[in-house]
Every structure is written in C-alpha cells, then in structure tokens.
Design a binder for this molecule. Structure first.
Ligand code: GDP
Length: 459
C-alpha cells in the first residue's frame, strides 16, 4: 500500500495534451529526478498545488523528453489522499509513454486498473458507491445519466443508504436493550416500535428498488433491436435515427467481426442499438442470423422496433416476426406508407393487440417524431415516471437492495410471530450488512478487487 503508483490518465491517441499521474509517499522524490524546471532547480521548491513549467529529461543522459507543466499536490487534500504528482505533457503516444517509463524506472510501480480510486476509497475520501460512480461519470452516454452519476459521486445514494442503516442501528440497539432488561411490558413495546421501523426500512428500500429499472437504462442504454424482413426499411430507419440523435459509437471487442454499438440519445434516454450482422447490410437480420438467434436477441433486448412494409402483403417472414415480438416491449412501424397501400392495418392490430402501431414513411421522414415520442412515453410511463432524487443505476447495488429487502421481510414476519428478539436481530443485522456492502462499510476484499478491476488504468 505504501508504494507509489503511476499511470497515464488520459486516453491514448492524438490529443493536445496527455496527463501522467502518480500517487504515493515518494511521488515528489520520483518526479524530482526527471524534472528540470526553468525557474526552480528542484520540484521540491515548487509551490504546493501550483503548476510549474519545465522539462522532463532522461535522468541517465539529461536528454529532453518533453516540455511540460507539472504539479505537486501534498497529502491529504488530493484525490487519493496521498501525495500526488501530475505531469501535463504533449498528447499522443510517445511522450506520455516515455514519461511513464521514466517514472517506473525511478521507483514508481504501474498502477492497477482503478487503483487511484481504490486508494481514494481505502483512505476514506470516497465510499464505495461514490467510487463506483466515478466510472459511471466517465462512461455516461447522455446528460441525464451523467447527472445521475454525478449525484452519486456527490453521495446522494450513499446518504440515503446511511439514513436507512441508522434506523437499522437504532433497531439493533433497541433489541439489545430489551434483551438486557427483559420485563414483559418493555418487550411488547419493543415489538411495536420494531415493526414500525422495519416497515419504514422496507418501504425505503422498495422506493430505491423501484428506480433501478430506469437506472439501468440510464446507465447502460435501452437495449434496442430493429427487426423486419429484407427491404422494409431497417437501415433507412437506423440511419434516420442516427442522423438526428447519434451519441456514441463503440466497438464491442472480442468478437471476430466487430459488432458496432450505436448510442442514440432520445431526449436523455440512451438507446443502445447493437448493429449486428444484417441491419446495416442489405441482408435481413432474421434471415442471416436465424430465427433462434433473433429470438435470443429479442429476449435480451429492452425494446424491439419491428418494421413492416405497407406496400406489400404480410409474408411468412412477417408472421415469424409477429410471433417473436408478441410478448415483448415493442413498437410496430408500418413503413412505406407513401406507396400504394396493400396492408390491412386493422388486421395487423388484431394480430398484435396492445401494441403501438406507427404509420411511417422513412424516406419522407414521416412518423419518426411519433416514434421518438412513443419511446419516451414507454420509458417515462408508470412507476418510472416518479422523479426520484436518488436513482439506483448499478446492478450490484440493486442486488444488495434485493437481499436487504428480503432480510427486512423476514424480520417483519418474525416480529408478527412474536419470535424471540435475538432471532429478529439476526435479520436486522443481515439487512444492515447487506446495505453496508453498497457504501463499502461491510464489504470484503474480493468484492473490492472485482469492482476496481473494471476501471481503466489511470483512474
Ligand atoms: P432493410 O433491408 O430493411 O434495411 O431496408 P432498407 O432500409 O435498405 O430499404 C430498402 C429500400 O426501401 C431502400 O431502397 C429504401 O430507400 C426504401 N425505403 C425505405 N423506407 C421507405 C419508405 O418509407 N418509402 C419508400 N417508398 N421506400 C422506402
């Protein structure tokens, strides 16, 4: 823990500047060996938290590596609560790499993924939920998800969890006092008060859980599949949506042919459209990947947009698609309505009751606004509409809340059955521990390692 770590903290690639970061006891000594200031001869004479101009040199040869600004930040008022140095050099690949290599040669160790943030957590600057929010802030796809992550980084979720944990601690204290002074009337009172508090705890947990569907979508995007037989207008639709709303394109690595994820931003709702084989090309998704695979994709999706051709009669492929999407969250587009109509909309409505059918002509740009409105309506409908100030976005947090809720339900059952107080205490304590794993108060080393390993190096 006492070693000094270093890493490149900016994305590698052509850029104006790049930042190499170092944290640990010896940061200043290590940086001093390779920094030559233009005004100060040693970094140790530079002012704390002030930028200093100079050069990084190869300490063996004094050859200049790059022209930089450097800052030393003395603990404890730093990101990691340790001594830190940041070097602002030219962007690109060479300078940052060379500087990092020099730091590693002079005594720093390469940071593990997320190790800066892990130290911030271990040194008490951030709790675990806040640390996890750091990665969400970096990965946010829309302004809304960014804002939610930023709130969590500021501690919104942690504070809510702490409030609930305080009630649980009061319950535990109450139970222990009652066990120590077991007069009958005190005990009756204990059960009443415990029930009251347990119900509040359960409700608070449920309220947080209710936000998690929306939170997942905000964080990961609404997993969207566009389905339709060949030539109905799927790629035209994708292109039309992208033209107006494109947010981010990412490659999903690890596949032989890279699958492209397109993120579009529909009024703050991120749609993740996985552009697998077929949608972009002229071939058809169902035809190309097979009905089973299409079904699987549909099963994994949050939303299906099924496209039908109004200028053609329903074909076997259309029926197959209708079958696949019947029980899914889906929006039906009846496209090419600018052409002579061969389609019986009422018949389609009968086949797909309770589904929104939107009349479109994608080439003429008709119906696309309606599509966006429908997506928004679906997303904001029902319980999701409740604007909560705290939104659970992280699946790990959700799982902990589910466990904690079960603990409280068991506890309430025990109270109702007048079970011995020490039995009830077990549930209350488990609930407290499960919530504590969200904030990191009660979390094990293995979980920590797993969480921080998902970070990038340099964060
Ligand atoms: P995909 O095979 O489902 O991806 O279909 P495409 O998007 O490639 O479209 C097939 C053809 O239909 C193209 O020539 C499009 O220009 C045309 N098309 C798409 N939407 C419409 C529409 O609303 N009206 C008309 N008339 N043609 C359309």
């Amino acid at each position: 823990m006492s070693d000094t770590i270093a890493a490149i903290s900016t994305a590698i690639g052509e850029a104006g500047i790049g930042i190499v970061r170092m944290s640990g006891e010896n940061s200043l000594d290590i940086a001093d060996k390779i920094f030559r200031g233009s005004k100060v001869d040693s970094l140790k004479r530079a002012k704390n938290r002030r930028l200093t101009y100079g050069h990084i040199v190869d300490f063996n040869t004094e050859e200049i590596i790059d022209e930089v600004l450097i800052v030393y930040m003395k603990k404890p008022y730093t990101y990691t609560r340790e001594n830190m140095v940041e070097i602002y050099c030219h962007g690109g690949i060479i300078s940052v790499k060379k500087i990092l290599e020099l730091l590693l040669e002079t005594g720093a160790r390469l940071a593990e993924p997320g190790e800066f943030t892990k130290r911030a957590f271990l040194n008490g600057r951030l709790d675990l939920a806040q640390s996890e929010a750091v990665i969400d802030v970096i990965r946010a796809k829309t302004e809304k998800s960014f804002n939610v992550s930023l709130d969590q980084l500021e501690g919104s979720l942690s504070n809510k969890i702490k409030e609930i944990m305080t009630i649980l601690l009061e319950m535990i204290a109450h139970i222990e006092a009652s066990i120590d002074f077991p007069e009958d009337d005190v005990e009756d009172l204990a059960y009443d008060e415990l029930r009251e508090k347990a119900i509040i705890v359960k409700q608070e947990i449920e309220m947080l859980l209710n936000t998690s569907d929306r939170g997942k979508i905000l964080r990961d995007g609404l997993n969207t599949v566009i389905l339709g037989k060949p030539n109905v207008g799927k790629s035209s639709l994708l292109n039309a949506i992208l033209r107006e709303n494109r947010a981010i394109v990412t490659n999903i690595p690890g596949t032989t042919r890279d699958v492209i994820e397109e993120y579009v931003n529909i009024d703050g709702i991120p749609l993740r459209i996985v552009d697998t084989a077929g949608i972009r090309s002229t071939e058809d998704l169902v035809e190309k990947i097979g009905v089973d695979k299409a079904k699987e994709m549909v099963d994994e999706s949050d939303l299906v947009i099924a496209v039908f051709d109004a200028s053609d009669r329903l074909t076997d492929e259309d029926y197959e698609i209708i079958d696949i999407i019947k029980n899914k969250n889906s929006i039906i587009l009846l496209n090419k309505t600018d052409l002579p109509n061969k389609y019986d909309e009422t018949y389609l409505k009968k086949l797909l009751p309770n589904k929104e059918i939107i009349i479109t002509s994608i080439v003429k740009g008709l119906g696309l606004n309606k599509l966006e409105d429908t997506i928004k309506d679906m997303f904001y409908s029902g319980e999701l509409e409740v604007e909560s100030d705290v939104i659970v976005t992280n699946i790990r947090h959700k799982n902990q809340l589910v466990k904690a809720k079960k603990n409280m339900e068991d506890g309430i059952e025990g109270i109702d059955l007048n079970m011995p107080l020490d039995c009830i205490e077990v549930d209350v304590k488990s609930c407290w521990e499960n919530l504590g794993e969200i904030s990191g108060d009660t979390v094990g080393e293995d979980i920590l390692d797993k969480i921080f390993s998902e970070f990038c190096i340099g964060k």
